[in-house]
Ligand binder design. Structure first.
Ligand SMILES: N[C@@H](CCC(=O)N[C@@H](CS)C(=O)NCC(=O)O)C(=O)O
Length: 215
C-alpha cells in the first residue's frame, strides 16, 4: 500500500488524496506538518513541503508530479484527457489551482483557521476582508466563464483540472466562504457537485471535524 505524507487541510495534500480516491487506490496517511521537517523527510521531499509519496522503492514529492506518476501506473479511470488540447487545458486548470487559487486562499485560510488553532493568533479581519473583496472575485469571474453551463472544466468529464481547482475551494469553505450563487451561479453549481463526489465529501467532513468546524 502506498503512503501519502502530509496533513489535513493542505490543498495540495487534498488534491492527491482526492486523486487516489477517484482511482480507488488505498493508501496510508503519514502525518507530516511542514514546519521544521526532519532530515529524513527532506530526503523524500527536498523542499520540505507536503505532500510526498512513497510507493515501494519509489519516493516522490509535489502533488502534480505524484498525480502524473499515479496516472501512469493506474491509468483507469483516466484523469488526464488523451486529446492534446484537452490534456493541456486540464494541466492549465491544475496549475490555475496550484499557482493561482491556492496562494490567494492561503491569505484567508492561514490567518482565519491555522493561526488561531495552532499559533493562538487572532486574524487581522480587515486584511482578510480585503483579500476576500479584492482578490477572490477575479478568480470567481474567470471560473464562472470557463465553466459556463458545463459540469466539468474540460472534456465533459472529471479531470485533474477539476481536482486542482476545487481543492482550494474546500479551504474557503472551511472559512465559511462560498461564491455568491446569484453572482457566480455556474461556479456555485459546479463546486456543489464536485465537492459532493465520493472522493471529496468524506475528506471535507474529516477535515472539518479535525479542525472543529462545520462541514
Ligand atoms: N507545488 C507543491 C506545493 C506544496 C506546498 O506548498 N505545500 C505547503 C502546504 S499547503 C507546504 O508544504 N508548505 C511548507 C513550505 O512551503 O515550506 C505541490 O503541489 O505539492
Amino acid at each position: 500500500m502506498p503512503t501519502v505524507f502530509g496533513a489535513n487541510a493542505s490543498p495540495f495534500v487534498r488534491k492527491l488524496r482526492v486523486f487516489l480516491a477517484e482511482k480507488g487506490i488505498p493508501y496510508d496517511l503519514d502525518p507530516v506538518i511542514p514546519i521544521n521537517v526532519s532530515p529524513e523527510y527532506r530526503k523524500i521531499s527536498p523542499l520540505g513541503k507536503i505532500p510526498a509519496f512513497r510507493d515501494g522503492d519509489v519516493t516522490l514529492a509535489d502533488s502534480s508530479v505524484i498525480c502524473a506518476y499515479v496516472e501512469r501506473i493506474h491509468p483507469e479511470p483516466a484523469l488526464y484527457p488523451k486529446d492534446p488540447v484537452e490534456y493541456a487545458r486540464a494541466l492549465w486548470f491544475e496549475e490555475y489551482g496550484d499557482g493561482g487559487i491556492a496562494p490567494i486562499v492561503g491569505k484567508i485560510f492561514f490567518p482565519k483557521i491555522i493561526a488561531p488553532i495552532f499559533f493562538n493568533q487572532k486574524p487581522d479581519e480587515a486584511a482578510v476582508q480585503k483579500v476576500v473583496d479584492e482578490e477572490l472575485p477575479p478568480l470567481f469571474d474567470y471560473l464562472e466563464g470557463q465553466i459556463g453551463g458545463k459540469d466539468f472544466l474540460v472534456a465533459s468529464r472529471f479531470t485533474i483540472g477539476d481536482i486542482g481547482v476545487a481543492t482550494g475551494f474546500v479551504n474557503l469553505r472551511h472559512c465559511g466562504i462560498r461564491p455568491d450563487a446569484t453572482r457566480w451561479p455556474n461556479l456555485s453549481r459546479y463546486l456543489a457537485a464536485v465537492h459532493a463526489r465520493p472522493s471529496f465529501k468524506p475528506l471535507i467532513e474529516e477535515e472539518a471535524q479535525s479542525l472543529g468546524l462545520a462541514s
